[in-house]
Design a protein around this ligand. Structure first.
Ligand code: FES
Length: 102
């Protein structure tokens, strides 16, 4: 475990996301329904940045071809994507949001 503080707890409203790079990985921290989630920034379909997508409920939508991904499991919810996103544990502690990107 290598927890890294990546945001203040009041920094992101629900539905907002932030590009982060703990341990040199390009990830997204997303504040969505149910809390904070961390996933790979690039879509598993064609490596398009999910930063350009949007958050709906507990899912993130890729704006290139429209696949949604469950933020908790990383699984695609519709085609054309058929591979999951990598997901990383998050926690809130001491007024900050932390990610374990190991
Ligand atoms: S690049 Fe994301 S669905 Fe195609």
């Amino acid at each position: 475990m290598a927890w890294t503080a990546v945001a203040g707890v009041d920094e992101l409203g629900v539905g907002q996301m932030k590009r982060i790079s703990p341990a040199g990985r390009a990830l997204l921290l997303v504040h969505a329904e149910g809390g904070y989630y961390c996933v790979d920034e690039l879509c598993s379909h064609e490596d398009y940045s999910l930063w350009f997508g949007c958050v709906k409920g507990r899912a993130i939508k890729c704006s290139l071809h429209g696949s949604y991904f469950d933020l908790a499991s990383g699984k695609p919810l519709n085609e054309p994507a058929d591979c999951p996103l990598a997901t990383f544990p998050t926690k809130v502690e001491g007024g900050r949001v932390w990610v374990d990107a190991d």
